[in-house]
Ligand binder design. Structure first.
Ligand code: GLA
Length: 461
């Protein structure tokens, strides 16, 4: 199948003549990346100041010129967080050795140098109950040296320490949660945040199982109260802790999903949007996990308006290198996550990762698309077999992806004129294929089924 987005002759003439007004194809599912977004205003659902009034009398003397505006400070998580989490491969079968072995693999593979710097221990790290002081306690069989020790080991490896808790009475796995127990006894948000800070925690994933919804309170308000309480507790903890919120995932199939997405960015830096990526099944390791990659891409691609520096949609883990996903599919997941400016949180057995997997996950050109300072998500034009994603990058380059979700190979091409560059005469374009490193004359590719071609295009005046 050939999907001719523009006639081939038009591509050639665009590449050579490169004049004329630049126009991006109209995306069907998402607003185009048209204007730079402000550095980091948190989404707000509260009314702004009202312009109310009587005009001020003229000032007697001309006011001195205002001091030069200082750039706003960079937000926490100015680019999408990167790291590794045990859940999708190990679930509850974790131990301090497994965590440290994977952390060591991150370092020895040089993936940590590429930006994967946060190692997060997911659910099931705790003992079944709090201690006499009400503090959380590590499971002493899985983590005999305790969590502060583990954090110190990770820090000594140049990594950051992430941990999992839950906004409800218990975690999804049934361990003590930070939220109010059913019936409304006091929560533990402040106490747990202080404990995490004392352990050197740098990143908290707060899940949303079993959140207590008091009579008379809406589900949305109950979640909002819990997540804002945890956010305030982290701010008061004395340590800078990136906050990953799972709230929106608990509203994915409710009519107020977007309403939740409208406030969640006030409280944290990233959030799980929806369903989990399919976990590795040790009893059926060859079962394909591709459908869940497609599903998570599908529910994320049109939510780009909620993503910007300091606030990121999280479509869940990168599983490339683990069973259940082919090398072609793994490149696609990685490309699509980068185009959506998604967090890159690996969740696979890195101790068995091949060199090819490490090279794929460490592709600096693709990571640069994800970590681009503008933090814009791609505009997506959805096709019956091929989606075309266009992402505006800092400095004016464009990233282009052709994602073939159909069942046969597809020839796809696009003209530089369609990428939304500023109009100019006498421009030239440089095209780099980010998966094979080639510099083709045109932006075109034969894309296999489940594959993604990924390009970076620069306009030179
Ligand atoms: C939920 C989350 C997963 C994982 C498990 C742990 O399913 O979405 O990412 O944290 O809970 O129980």
């Amino acid at each position: 199948m050939r999907i001719a987005l523009v006639p081939f002759a038009a591509i050639v003439s665009a590449a050579l003549a490169c004049g004329g007004p630049a126009e991006a194809p109209a995306p069907q599912q998402q607003e185009p990346a048209a204007a730079p977004r402000p550095a980091s205003p948190p989404p707000t659902d509260e009314p702004g100041p009202v312009d109310g009034g009587t005009p001020a009398p003229p000032a007697p003397d001309p006011a001195p010129p205002p001091p030069a505006a200082r750039p706003p400070p960079a937000p926490l998580a100015a680019t999408p967080p990167m790291g590794w989490n045990d859940w999708a491969h190990y679930q509850c079968w974790i131990s301090e050795q497994i965590i440290l072995d994977n952390a060591a693999a991150l370092v020895s593979s040089s993936l940590s140098k590429k930006g994967y710097d946060t190692v997060t221990v997911d659910d099931c790290w705790m003992a079944g109950s709090r201690d006499a002081n009400g503090d959380l306690v590590a499971d002493s069989a899985k983590f005999p040296h305790g969590m502060a020790w583990l954090g110190a080991q990770l820090h000594a490896m140049g990594l950051k320490f992430g941990i999992y808790e839950d906004a409800g009475a218990t975690t999804c796995g049934g361990y003590p949660g930070s939220g109010q127990p059913d019936g409304g006894a006091p929560d533990h948000f402040a106490q747990d945040a202080r404990l995490f800070a004392s352990w050197g925690v740098d990143y908290l994933k707060l899940d949303g199982c079993f959140v207590w919804i008091p009579p008379g309170k809406s589900k949305e308000q109950a979640y909002r109260d819990a997540y804002s309480a945890q956010s305030a507790a982290l701010a008061a903890s004395g340590r800078t802790i990136v906050f990953s919120e799972s709230t929106p995932a608990y509203f994915q199939h409710d009519s107020n999903w977007d309403s939740v997405l409208g406030w969640v960015g006030r409280y944290g830096q990233l959030w799980r949007l929806g369903e989990d990526i399919q976990i590795y099944d040790a009893w059926n390791p060859s079962a394909s996990r591709w459908a869940s990659v497609l599903n998570n891409y599908g529910y994320t691609r049109d939510k780009g308006r909620f993503t910007h520096p300091g606030n990121w949609n999280d479509p869940d883990f990168i599983i490339g290198g683990d069973p259940g996903i082919s090398a072609e599919e793994a490149r696609s997941q990685f490309s699509l996550w980068a185009m959506m400016s998604a967090p890159l949180i690996l969740s696979s057995d890195l101790t068995n990762a091949t060199q090819a997997t490490a090279a794929m996950l460490g592709n600096s050109d693709v990571i640069a698309i994800d970590q681009d300072a503008l933090g814009e998500p791609a505009a997506v034009t959805v096709g019956s077999a091929v989606d075309v994603l266009i992402k505006r990058l800092d400095g004016g380059d464009r990233a282009v992806a052709f994602f073939n979700h159909g069942s046969g190979a597809a020839a796809v091409s696009i003209s530089a004129d369609q990428l939304g560059f500023d109009a100019c005469s006498d421009c030239t374009y440089h095209v780099k294929n980010l998966w094979d490193g080639a510099s083709p004359a045109q932006i075109s590719a034969m894309v296999p089924s489940h594959g993604t071609a990924l390009f970076r295009v620069s306009q030179t005046h």
